[in-house]
Design a protein around this ligand. Structure first.
Ligand SMILES: [Zn+2]
Length: 146
């Protein structure tokens, strides 16, 4: 992989850009005018993302969005619920629970080796919140301290 591109497992290469916010996505798409746009980590963009995606889809073009639907406490994450409601098609992927091997639908935040508290900040950038790690967990194994 080189800067400015993403590469599929089959070796297909696509141009990519890092977007600081949703308006940067709009700006890049309008400049390049692609037939399709893929947006990763959508949960980290602001409340303007759904409206901007509606503009981009009207292009017309295909917009594929991926993101976490729940935060570490199991709460709906940012604008993902709205994006799910507006989407023409939804695919919900799961992982394998690291504790029991069941289907994992949740993200477990561990802080210094213990489950995080529901009162912890939502987004931790660059480890500023301590020694945080994230694990895939099923509903039964997902723990959030009060
Ligand atoms: Zn489990």
């Amino acid at each position: 992989m080189a800067p400015g591109e993403v590469v599929s497992r089959t070796g297909t290469r696509f141009p990519s850009v890092v977007a600081a916010d949703a308006s940067a996505i709009r700006r890049e798409v309008l400049k390049r005018n692609p037939d399709a746009v893929a947006i990763e980590e959508a949960q980290f963009f602001g409340a303007d993302l759904p409206g901007i995606i509606e503009e981009l889809v009207a292009g017309p073009r295909t917009v594929i969005v991926s993101g976490l639907d729940q935060d570490f406490a199991g709460r709906p994450f940012a604008t993902i619920p709205e994006l799910l409601a507006r989407a023409d098609e939804v695919t919900k992927l799961t992982a394998i629970c690291v504790s029991c091997g069941a289907e994992a639908t949740r993200t477990q935040r561990m802080r210094n080796g213990k489950p995080a508290s529901v009162s912890d900040e939502l987004i931790v950038i660059g480890g500023m919140g301590g020694d945080d790690t994230y694990e895939a967990r099923c509903r039964a194994c997902h723990v959030v301290l009060p």
